[in-house]
Design a protein around this ligand. Structure first.
Ligand SMILES: [Zn+2]
Length: 316
């Protein structure tokens, strides 16, 4: 009798315990299922497209890579989030932590860390002859260079929470690029300079197109860059277009992929007419040819998540 009562109590305890622990067991499945990126092999200067697959819905997904904040956006598949980022040209080859945090609507955070290997890219060297004032600028030019620096910093501080781009980035001009990204160049045999973009030699007056949709955050003449346009594609990702003979867009203007930004030229520090394209994620300089080689999904560039905040964003 006593034994059977204790047995019943035991079974009751077991049943209660099972009922209580079932939801807990379900929660034990990690919220973050997988973290992946393309291309697989990253080098200094690479553009990196990060993906996160979740087991449960999240309100937001963020991350940290190379000391910078990654902002993810929700893809067509609700449990897959993406972020377009990269590895700065000056990053030393090593394994770096990529930390991803998914926060659900109740504010509970799940976190995972993956090791990302960065190998060494090889860059060329060369000699360039430019007008003397671009190597030893006079006092007036030095003032302009400093003022330009402030303008560029301000432009790159611009932040849009949602991606403005959608699908692949396209070549901005009808011309082939030279293997010029990352080149160490000796200017007039006296100044060493790192080339932080890709050059497309092309005659003056050819149309320059937006590589993807974005918002113009700078459109003006600068000392080294000449007539320059910078586009913000959202989530700290920018493209730059330099040495234009004419600018057709204004700061604050939204442009569509392929839209004309201006005409090619030879303004600023150049040896001849060409388009210099630059790619930036945060403060990182990335290889434009690697951006153009990526296959990227349509984003439909409209926010589906967090509708309550839509009015506060004020960006679209
Ligand atoms: Zn260049």
């Amino acid at each position: 009798m006593i034994r059977s009562r204790s047995c019943r109590r035991y079974l009751l305890h077991l049943a209660v315990l099972t009922l209580v622990s079932l939801p807990l067991l379900a929660q034990k499945e990690p919220a973050i299922k997988n973290v992946f990126w393309q291309p697989n092999d990253l080098q200094n200067g690479s553009v990196a497209f990060f993906g996160v697959e979740l087991n449960r819905d999240a309100a937001r997904v963020t991350g940290k890579f190379l000391g910078k904040e990654l902002v993810f956006f929700r893809s067509e598949k609700p449990l897959v989030w993406y972020s377009l980022a990269g590895v700065d040209i000056d990053t030393a080859p090593a394994g770096y932590d990529l930390t991803v945090v998914a926060v659900d609507r109740a504010g509970r955070a799940a976190r995972t860390t993956k090791k990302v290997d960065v190998t060494a890219a090889t860059f060329g060297t060369g000699n360039v002859e430019v007008p003397e004032n671009f190597v030893n600028p006079d006092e007036a030019s030095k003032k302009k260079i400093a003022a330009d620096g402030v303008l560029k910093q301000r432009a790159f501080k611009h932040f849009l929470r949602e991606p403005q781009w959608s699908g692949d980035f396209i070549k901005p001009v009808e011309a082939e690029s030279t293997p010029s990204f990352g080149m160490t160049r000796l200017l007039n045999e006296e100044l060493t300079s790192r080339h932080r973009g890709t050059d497309f030699p092309i005659k003056e007056g050819a149309p320059v197109s937006a590589s993807n949709s974005g918002t113009v955050v700078l459109a003006r003449e600068l000392f080294y860059e000449g007539n320059c346009v910078i586009l913000d594609h959202g989530q700290h990702f920018f493209t730059e277009y330099m040495h234009l003979s004419k600018i057709d867009v204004k700061v604050g203007q939204k442009v569509k992929k392929g839209q004309r930004l201006g005409l090619t030229g030879s303004t600023g520090r150049v040896t001849g007419p060409h388009l210099h394209m630059g790619v930036r994620w945060e403060t990182s300089s990335l290889d434009p040819t690697k951006l153009l080689a990526l296959t990227l999904p349509e984003t439909h560039a409209t926010p589906k998540a967090a509708p309550r905040r839509r009015t506060r964003r004020g960006t679209r």
